[in-house]
Write a protein that binds this ligand. Sequence first.
Ligand code: NCD
Length: 310
Amino acid sequence: MLRHVLRVDQFTRTDVERLIVSAAHMRTIAERGGDDRLRGRILATMFFEPSTRTRMSFESAMIRLGGRVITMENASETSSAVKGETIEDTVRIVETYADAIVIRHPVAGIPERGAQVAAVPIINAGDGAHEHPTQALLDVFTIQQELGRIDDITVALVGDLRYGRAPRSLAMILTLARNCRLILVAPPGVEMSPDVLDALASHGVEYRAEIDLVAAAREADVVYMTRVQKERFPDERSYLAVRGQYQFGEQHLEVMRPQSIVLHPLPRVDEIDPAVDSDPRAAYFRQARNGVFMRMALLDALLNSSSTLA
Ligand code: NCD
């Protein structure tokens, strides 16, 4: 089933359902101390942009399944890209050292370019403001775990929806859900891009823009907060114009239903008041932990020929 993980629209509903079931199984395996199914396999992680969770959770996932990891955590400064090597050449070399390659890059489309020449699976760990498919998968896994369903839900996507690849990919994966409604809460200038809105419309996903976070919190089953992507703005002034506009605090918890949840791909800057963390509806740390289980499921599907997902 899986050869590369590049973008959300490569997945069918059945793929996502199977990965959710597998990730839940991986949680049990991880809690029992992992297993050895990927013994002898090597994962390369090449990060041309900062990361804490995505890189370390991929590495943790590989190690929990008995595999090993080689890593370039600062590839934009330390890899041969500095000398002018193309991604195609880099991939042709790294695939001789590893059985799969995880790539994060500031330029949209770079992992896909690598995949075109790759003999091993390429996993997109975030490409510019474009996509973050493994985040979207762990987000829907979290929604399934927390709410018991991915259908019949209202999701508020809040913050920088223009440059944020996590909310873009989440919106795209939610086109596979049934009866899903989206509330888009973004400062002027960083609204969701037309390509995503077109995909929502063509899949019959109901969506509306909203400026009031309190109103969105009252209605939503999932409030998905995001960071303003400072590094992607053309200049400081346009960043300053939108930062700090949506901050989730106790006043939002007050209007939220008891069964609803707050998610955030993290890192947060000032989007969620730390006072919210102790509320059981604050699910973002559980969400980050789920990243390990979903990435175990993905590595199993990509690298284990006896996987039910292979
Ligand atoms: C996100 C990213 O890199 O897109 N982080 C992550 O992978 N959890 C979100 C962000 O940086 O704001």
